[in-house]
Design a protein around this ligand. Structure first.
Ligand code: PLP
Length: 360
């Protein structure tokens, strides 16, 4: 087996090699203290320092304003689908949602369990191949917030400009957080599961405006209240220690690479190389409409599902792993998050050309 393959998996996803090597060492003996990282008490001064550093780096790299809390929670991004309406929508309240794919739909379902979701736009009829333009929907004046998914991991679409509305924005940034510069100020809540672009599975980052912490109805249980976690610096109970530590390593790597704006340039270049290869031939068809193309997840189809299976199998033999599209749309998906190397993109493009020559 080769020492390392190119992992195009949508998540858990590829991480920087040096992060894996450092984690492997620290798990056995953290900072030469004779104790493994994942054996440390979360209340120990060693781990408290790790958690503080991770939060400080995230604040620095994303330019998080002082009136926002940064939380590290468990339960995955999926738990946020329910926690958001639980905390922000009291009885009889509603919020507006943009239905741009599977993850948006799941969030809408949860919002309707707790309160009421006003779905102002859906691209479902066109297999979620685009995200709406500003003029495509209106936000109900009674809505508490406008919810959207910045990058639709499964369909390979992305908002290139964020919605503009006088309501606060709430956003699932699971698959593109830290991939481009953003202005946090229009957002009430941004959340992201770590396992796409930030670290290993196990932690969900929530960035929440402080004034929202006091809106939660009394009926909501302790663990599901943002304030519980905000008041205790994400240490109300045992936090996802390893994930927080590993996110910290990824953030240090990101900073060393030049920060979010440097990564944004690299991501843009990697994605455009791949889209150019897609556009250069009729053999391959991109799934996303051009104006909605994701820089993170590039989705495309070959002329038949048999050819797609063959492509995935032959790709794997060449060390190109994780290219199978999500079961809901099939086809091919290349996930190329921050840590995915440019060379892997070049290798995939070469393989695409070779494959077309043999089978086109
Ligand atoms: C993967 C993903 C999720 C689900 O994340 P979990 O942590 O598995 O709950 C939610 N939203 C988006 C955009 C995703 O890509």
């Amino acid at each position: 087996m080769p020492d390392r393959i190119y992992n195009f998996s949508p998540g858990p996803a590829t991480l920087p090699r040096e992060v894996l090597a450092q984690a492997a060492k620290d798990i056995v003996n953290y900072n030469d203290k004779g104790i493994g990282l994942i054996e440390l008490s979360h209340r120990s001064k060693e781990f408290m320092a790790v958690a503080e550093e991770t939060e400080a780096l995230l604040r620095e790299l994303l330019n998080v304003p002082d009136n926002y809390k940064v939380l590290f929670l468990q339960g995955g991004a999926s738990t946020q689908f329910a926690m958001i309406p639980m905390n922000l929508l009291g009885p009889g309240k509603k919020a507006t949602y943009l239905n741009t794919g599977t993850w948006a739909k799941k969030a809408i379902k949860e919002a309707n369990i707790i309160a009421s979701a006003d779905v102002a736009y859906s691209s479902e009829d066109s297999s979620f191949n685009h995200v709406p333009a500003q003029s495509d929907y209106t936000v109900d004046p009674e809505s508490e917030y406008l919810y959207f998914v910045s990058n639709n991991t499964i369909y390979g679409t992305q908002f290139h400009t964020f919605p503009e509305t006088d309501k606060m924005l709430v956003c699932d940034m699971s698959s593109d957080i830290l991939s481009r510069r953003i202005d946090i100020n229009p957002f009430g809540i941004i959340f992201a599961g770590a396992q796409k672009n930030m670290g290993p599975a196990g932690a969900t980052v929530v960035i929440i405006r402080e004034d929202l912490l006091d809106r939660t109805p009394d009926s909501i249980p302790t663990m599901l209240r943002y304030k519980t976690h905000a008041d205790k610096g994400s240490m109300f109970n045992t936090p996802p220690c390893f994930a927080i530590y590993a996110i910290g390593l990824v953030l240090k790597w990101l900073k060393k690479m030049g920060g979010v704006s440097a990564l944004e340039e690299m991501n843009r270049e990697k994605a455009s190389l791949l889209y150019q290869a897609i556009d250069a031939t009729d053999f391959i068809k991109g799934h996303a409409r051009k104006d909605s193309r994701s820089m993170m997840n590039i989705t495309f189809n070959l002329p038949s599902s048999e050819l797609e299976d063959q492509f995935i199998e032959e790709g794997l033999a060449k060390g190109l792993d994780g290219l199978k599209g999500h079961r809901s749309i099939g086809g091919i998906r290349a996930s190329i998050y921050n840590a995915f190397p440019r060379q892997g993109v070049l290798d995939l493009i070469e393989f695409m050309k070779e494959f077309e020559q043999k089978n086109g």
